[in-house]
Design a protein around this ligand. Sequence first.
Ligand code: 4AD
Ligand code: MG
Length: 456
Amino acid sequence: MLALGFLNNPRSGRTLSFGGPEMQPVATVREILLGTFDAKHVIVRGWLQNKRIGGGIIFLLLRDGSGVVQCTLRKGKVDDKTFEEFQSARIESSVELRGEVKPDPRAPGGREVQVDEGRVVHPALEEFPIAKQFHGPEFLLDKRHLFVRSDKMRSILRVRAVVLSAVREWFDEHGFTEVHVPSLTSAAVEGGATLFEVKYFDQKAYLTQSWQLYAEALIASVGSIYTIAPSFRAEKSRTRRHLTEYWHVEAEAPWCDLNCIIGVEERLLSHIVATLVEKCKTELALFERKLEDLEKVKPPFERVTYDQAFKMIGEEKSGIKWGDDLGYEQEKLLTVKFDRPFFVTHYPKKAKAFYHLPDPSNPEVTLSVDCLAPEGYGEITGGGQRIENYDALLARIREEGLDPKSYEWYLDLRKFGSVTHSGFGLGLERVVSWVCRLDHIRDAIAFPRLINRIYP
Ligand code: 4AD
Ligand code: MG
């Protein structure tokens, strides 16, 4: 019988609660289920996700962040005190177990840990408020700090992380350097309507909507660049696809026109999706996302102009006039005609921000591009080619009624070696919502910020 003790395991460097002659390092559930842990006896630590008692056996589902594994405690095999302790332990207590890994076709994942020693580290003090029964969305948002433990949220958070690692991998391999810019800014990028104003000592400042203006300065320093950072939008309408704080993947490249940036976007998106297919099969299955849907996502993506899109939706059905931006409703009508992401290009000048380059062959439209995801999800990226010429940029700033003083440094960039350049922004939560088939963007982030929610 091994003594319960607190030993520092020399191999793992982790503090263990079980020790004795043969000390074992802690295994992760993932290692146990994949069979990559090279010992039959393991120590596992985590939270009690579920518990069932029957026929002198306690069946536990233990979650440790890497997965969920079944662990069984048999009366007589563990001592009576331990059996009783686990018999009364509530769901979401933290526990530590030691036992032998055995194949069991009935257990989720095909393996179980047959426990010979265990302890409740911190018993849950109350019944866990989130039960199996239906809870309304507001209740679950109030309990978000606990709901993040659900299979759904855990899977989404893993998908998010894999998307971001794929983003970094692709950019790093294709000559883009990661750069960071301030979140506190002095001017609007995407129009004043969604600006968050903050007091900056005795000045007015804003939370950034996009890194773009700074990015256009930095391309003359480091060349092709990207960032991953939060952006803020004071979105006053409640929709299924707007957060007030979201994670923005943005890129900017010198010597790159509209066509070039579209190529970057479609290759990046294809790499993201291929990486998910490779690394997130379990998570995608939980959301009933078919791998075939994602395997179709390969360059080149289909392209339609705003004009064509407007005709495809049908003027009466669209509810907008030519020149208006495509909103959620219009994009929904359009996306049913596609089964994979596609591009809409050449948006009218009045639908886009001041910096978009008007098309030299038709200045009423711009060299702009949005990528739309199918199945009603709509816009996941926005970008295009920027105005290069000093006078043209100044004229557009004036035309939009913006104060050229606020954009003095930005205009300066056109005085010192301006070049053809383009960029785009991708909304991380928009992409996650689409691949995970979420009903609402709030579930694509751990702690969503929405018009009516800043707690917890
Ligand atoms: O289309 P947007 O406004 O474009 C820009 O900000 C450009 N300055 C980006 C650039 O060229 N560097 O935003 C880009 C993307 C959108 O396509 C959408 O995916 C996401 O950011 N996005 C939001 N995501 C969640 N909540 C919101 N409120 C969002 N607003 C934009
Ligand atoms: Mg946009």
